[in-house]
Design a protein around this ligand. Structure first.
Ligand SMILES: [Fe+2]
Ligand SMILES: [Fe+2]
Length: 286
């Protein structure tokens, strides 16, 4: 499926290609799915992998989608959860020259607590070891990856209605809350517009868009694609999020991965002209 921006009157292509390599769902049967996320981005001659899913299926799916991971010049991690970093070692074996961009706290030990029990959800030993000897850029602050491509680094939590979206902890006993300070988003800034890719948006989608707008001096955000982690959001948070999203003059929003059915439905109902379904195998040409 090829998705393009819907508001044709204002749309001028800016030459960005984004392929959803891994997602919880797929758009065609030969693409594998898992709880995870990975995007391939081509812009101004550069090729960037943003997140790696939770396993090696990123490699299989890339082949099926005609993406050559060995040509990546950058691999960017949105945060250190297993479902975004699990394919890192396989990817880096192929992308032998790629620079790696991640927040220094991405590799910390971390757990999630659910009624079914507590489990480790951090970067695997294999993923952490894959960074050894590689060209790593630590991204605490907004960082330029290539011409027009940036990662936010840590995002200020400014508003009073967004939280990390779950019971996340830094210790096995679940006593020290994990604020997921390593959460970051990638954005592509053309002369006139900005395209945003979210990993899980544990900082909150609104805090994230506000952070990017501040950096770009309020350049219009054309498209937002990725995980919004609204899966556990209250009705009040959803309402406030819709209100805040409405203030941005978006042309397209495609919530993925950890967004949750209820939030996706809310976005679809609130912004029927902007909502775009995507999943593993989707290519956006923006
Ligand atoms: Fe995730
Ligand atoms: Fe996450």
């Amino acid at each position: 499926m090829c998705a393009t921006i819907k508001r044709g009157l204002t749309y001028m292509p800016i030459g960005i290609k984004i392929v959803v390599l891994v997602e919880n769902d797929y758009i065609r049967g030969d693409i594998l799915k898992e709880h995870g996320l990975s995007f391939w981005i081509e812009y101004k001659g550069n090729r960037i992998l943003f997140d790696t899913g939770q396993s090696d299926i990123v490699v299989d799916n890339a082949k099926k989608l005609g993406v050559d991971l060995s040509t990546a010049n950058a691999v960017v991690l949105s945060h250190g959860h297993y479902d975004h970093c699990g394919g890192l070692s396989s990817v880096l074996n192929l992308a032998s020259k790629a620079k790696i961009f991640l927040h220094p706290s991405a590799s910390q030990e971390r757990y999630s607590q659910k009624p079914t029990g507590t489990r480790f959800i951090g970067m695997s030993k294999e993923s952490i070891e894959a960074l050894d000897g590689r060209d790593v850029v630590w991204t605490k602050e907004p960082t330029r990856i290539f011409d027009g491509v940036f990662v936010t680094g840590g995002i200020d939590r400014v508003n009073d209605f967004e939280d990390v979206g779950g019971n996340f902890f830094l210790d096995k006993d679940c006593k020290i809350a994990d604020d997921i300070v390593d959460d970051q988003s990638l954005f592509i800034e053309s002369d006139d517009e900005v395209v945003v890719l979210l990993g899980c948006a544990h900082s909150g989608i609104v805090n994230t868009l506000d952070c990017i707008s501040k950096f770009t001096k309020n350049k219009p955000i054309k498209a937002v694609i990725g995980g919004t982690h609204l899966v556990n959001a209250s009705e009040s948070r959803l309402e406030k999020t819709m209100e805040a999203i409405g203030k941005y003059d978006l042309s397209m929003i495609s919530p993925l991965h950890c967004s949750g059915n209820k939030a996706v439905e809310k976005i679809r109902e609130t912004f029927p002209d902007l909502y775009s379904y995507s999943a593993g195998g989707t290519t956006f040409s923006l």
